[in-house]
Design a binder for this molecule. Structure first.
Ligand code: 6PG
Length: 242
């Protein structure tokens, strides 16, 4: 595992954008699952600087790790956030974009999207393989839309499941552990002081850390990176200096 700490959110985004540019350069096709959340939003704005990042968007195929069950023009939609901050700014072909349809009935959509992933992605040991899954982590240790109170969804035999947000009750469609851990590479983008204690528990493997879905991310490829800002890494640093 690779842990990278940068001073600010923005510098997490610029370093990760530069890393992606380099990764995509060497590939014929690049299949990437995106996340919602505040740090990906800054990354998307960064990647929109087409004069800075020379990315051949024709070979980039986009998917989502999770989606809120709302229409695609709703302010809560992860797809809408991506359109507003990235897709309208870069020359990516429409047919390369595979969104989760939040407007559909959730269980029907979980099934449909799971089948779509089987069809669109290369497979490894019978399981679809992303080149990259970008993940965020919530303050409660959730990742994608697998929350601690539904951690059993992680081990689902399905590619996608319907999840429920613990406070709002909002339905979500999320990919499951079998897909995340079968990805060639997984990167967490985690920023802000509110994440510091979960980052410390998970990376420090403190007692009970596996109750947090983010702790179950262990890609078989071994390629897992955590991109943190100084605030999210603050409990780690104080531990190290004790
Ligand atoms: C979502 C997510 C979710 C998110 C984390 C972190 O749709 O809500 O994909 O897993 O990445 O909640 O979000 P922040 O970066 O905004 O804290």
């Amino acid at each position: 595992m690779n842990v990278r700490v940068y001073e600010t959110k923005n510098s997490v985004a610029t370093h990760f954008a530069a890393f992606l540019e380099e990764e995509i350069r060497g590939r014929e096709e690049y299949h990437m699952a995106l996340s919602g959340g505040s740090t990906p939003r800054i990354l998307f704005e960064e990647l929109s600087k087409t004069d800075r990042y020379k990315i051949d968007w024709k070979k980039v195929y986009l998917y989502w790790g999770d989606e809120r069950c709302v229409p695609p023009n709703d302010e809560e939609s992860n797809y809408k956030m991506t359109v507003d901050h990235l897709l309208r700014n870069v020359p990516i072909p429409e047919e390369n974009i595979h969104r989760i349809m939040g407007e559909n009935e959730p269980s029907v959509e979980a099934l449909r999207y799971g089948i779509l992933l089987e069809r669109e992605l290369p497979s490894g040991s019978g399981i679809p393989v992303f080149d990259m899954v970008i993940l965020g982590m919530g303050e409660d240790g959730h990742t994608a839309s697998i929350f601690p109170h539904e951690i059993h969804l992680w081990d689902s035999e399905q590619n996608c499941e319907v999840a429920t947000h613990p406070e709002s009750g909002q339905k979500r469609v999320t990919i499951t552990g079998r897909l995340i851990n079968n990805s060639k590479e997984v990167a967490f983008l985690v920023t802000g002081a509110g994440k510091a204690d979960k980052v410390q528990s998970i990376l420090g493997k403190s007692q009970g850390y596996r109750q947090y879905p983010a702790a179950l991310v262990e890609p078989v490829s071994g390629k897992l990176s955590w991109y943190l800002d100084a605030e999210a890494a603050s409990a780690l640093q104080s531990l190290n200096s004790d």
